[in-house]
Design a protein around this ligand. Sequence first.
Ligand code: SF4
Length: 233
Amino acid sequence: VSSGGPALPVVEVFGPTLQGEGRVIGLRTMFVRLAGCDWACSWCDTPYAWRPGDLAPPERLGAPAILERLAQLDAACRRVTLSGGNPALHDCGPLVAALHGRGYAVHVETQGSRAPAWLGSADSVTVSPKGPSSGMPPDWEGLAATLRVAADPDLKVVVFDGADLDFALEVRRRHPGLPLTLQAGNRVGRDGEAELLGRLRWLAGAALARPELGDVRVLPQLHVLLWGNRRGA
Ligand code: SF4
């Protein structure tokens, strides 16, 4: 362990790009994607971050090397999104501290299965529990624990069908005070623009038909509409 903290398994560092999801959608940001996930969602859009056979050996980088990469890509951007996989599997506390030291705002994306204390040192955390279409069982305790430690959390649920929408309602019922985004699902490699927009239209109508979901955001994945399902966007 160096002064920069533990080396982290980095799949990709990229940007600047537009944050494509959730409450921070549309903001210019850099991305640091870490390897490894404790779940295996059927429709995962980043299998190259964790799935055996898709995962390329990650680079082991400490905070100083990650800061250098970020500065090379964009010396001005001061927003970073830590994503995965599940970045909560790793000790990112020293990286968050190093990023703050350089003036970065740090946003984290995680699914709510692990609740390391460092999630409280980020600036904001989007927690995205997975609905029935993911093939993963709900982890309500993990979600509650994550939301207890996460800094300025918001919730995001990917929706493909009515069962996912029911799941989103249950998320809303359990955590009524938090911002909630419903994100139209995306099957990487199968959905084109027409399918994605069709699902977004269905979701918009379905959400509008449920008064209990009156204060949610309904969104697509902005980066996918702009640039398709390619890596590094
Ligand atoms: S939790 Fe996220 S990264 Fe992990 S398998 Fe599911 S969608 Fe993929």
